[in-house]
Design a protein. Structure first.
Length: 140
């Protein structure tokens, strides 16, 4: 599992900038940021080198920050790579709450999934998938 920093932001001018400034002022290095929004709020999902420290600083600054466990899976960067992973999850009755993907080199993508299952990592390994370790994600 990888610890993801999740920040809930009011969807108004300057809120994302302020949250990023708090992280930067804490001398915390963000490795990746994924942002989604609705009319009223946004959700920033962040990989950083010290997520616990970042969550504490953000909460002290008035933001709503939490730590979330997610699974990162290495898949081939080719048509159907994500589809095979998702079909396997479906076959194992795993509920995927959300996910996002990114390419780390030409041949490999990382699919990050929030799965509602205590044994998801074990099932994925049994299915022949490669789980990405936290230090590998933080080294990106």
């Amino acid at each position: 599992m990888i610890t993801q920093l999740t920040v809930f932001l009011e969807n108004s001018k300057g809120r994302l900038s302020d949250a990023c400034r708090v992280i930067a002022d804490g001398n915390i290095n963000m490795k990746a940021l994924f942002l989604s929004d609705t009319t009223d709020f946004g959700v920033a999902r962040i990989f950083c080198d010290t997520p616990e420290k970042a969550a504490g600083l953000l909460n002290e600054a008035g933001h709503r920050a939490a730590l979330t466990s997610v699974i990162a899976v290495s898949v081939p960067n080719e048509p159907g790579g994500l589809s095979k992973l998702l079909q396997y999850c479906d076959s194992c009755d795993m509920n995927i709450e959300y996910g996002y993907c990114f390419i780390v080199d030409g041949d490999r993508a990382i699919d990050v999934l929030k799965i509602d299952s205590d044994d998801a990592e074990e099932k994925l390994i049994e299915g022949g998938f490669t789980i990405v370790k936290p230090e590998e994600v933080y080294a990106i």
